[in-house]
Design a protein around this ligand. Structure first.
Ligand code: ADE
Length: 246
């Protein structure tokens, strides 16, 4: 996979991909991540990437020409014939694990980091395939949001996580994860649940499943609607509901 991030502040994205597991994915060749300075696609002396809005008002709008030229050039260089062009904006559709999974199957992503008051509407209507928001709050620009997208997509690439780890994680089966513990068995009078020390793997699996169901029921009951639940899970959830009713 190749990911091009188009930004006027490449320095903002310099750090996140040079550490830890994303760096390892880059080093392993699972993904190529390029920071593309939008100003390098300007043709004027001042390297102008933005301008005042027609009709008046405050704030600056990212101009269409450098964005169109950048995206067309990057698509040509990737040569996949089916690049996905994403605009980071609070007006976009909400980013979810399911979207990350879909994007992880693509060969080439171009992510445009919006800035200032916005981008020229012709970019949205004729250049962009998807508009994505990472949540209902407004950032100063799309760079940090783009880093979130890249992180969540890259960790889903084949060869990044072990199969078991990706199956078990939160949201993959629409449930939150069970609690985790490590040594020591007692810390400041807080004990690790005995079942985890028992060595009985069937019991441990059942305990984890039930904790996962309980946590989801308590914190994100909305997720249960789409969860893959066994008859035994449903009985367990009924007992939780009945405890609440009593
Ligand atoms: N740019 C500014 N705020 C944003 C958000 N919440 N998501 C994506 N891009 C943004």
């Amino acid at each position: 996979m190749k990911i091009d991030l188009v930004t006027i502040f490449p320095g903002l994205l310099d750090g996140p991909f040079k550490e830890s597991m994303i760096k390892r994915a880059v080093d392993k060749g699972l993904v190529e991540i390029n920071l593309v300075d939008l100003r390098s696609y300007t043709r004027d002396r001042h390297r102008q990437v933005d301008d005042t809005p027609y009709g008046g008002g405050c704030g600056m709008i990212l101009k269409p020409e450098p964005l169109f030229e950048a995206v067309e050039d990057l698509k040509g260089k990737a040569g996949t014939g089916n690049s996905v062009v994403i605009l980071m904006t609070p007006q976009g559709t909400s980013f979810k694990q399911e979207v990350a999974r879909r994007l992880s199957g693509e060969k080439h992503l171009v992510i445009i980091c919006g800035r200032y008051e916005g981008v020229d509407e012709r970019v949205r209507s004729a250049l962009v395939d998807m508009e994505i928001s990472i949540g209902d709050y407004v950032l100063t620009g799309g760079e940090l949001a783009a880093a979130v997208i890249v992180d969540s997509v890259v960790r889903l690439l084949p060869g990044f996580l072990s199969e078991e780890a990706s199956e078990n994680e939160s949201f993959s089966g629409s449930l939150l994860e069970h609690p985790h513990y490590t040594r020591p068995p007692v810390y400041r009078d807080m004990e690790v649940p005995e079942v985890l020390l028992s060595g009985n793997h069937a019991k441990i699996d059942r305990w984890r499943r039930e904790q996962s169901l309980k946590r989801t029921y308590e914190r994100r009951p909305d997720l249960l609607e789409h969860a893959d639940l066994t008859p035994r899970d449903k009985v367990f959830l009924d007992t939780l509901r009945n405890v609440e009713d009593d």
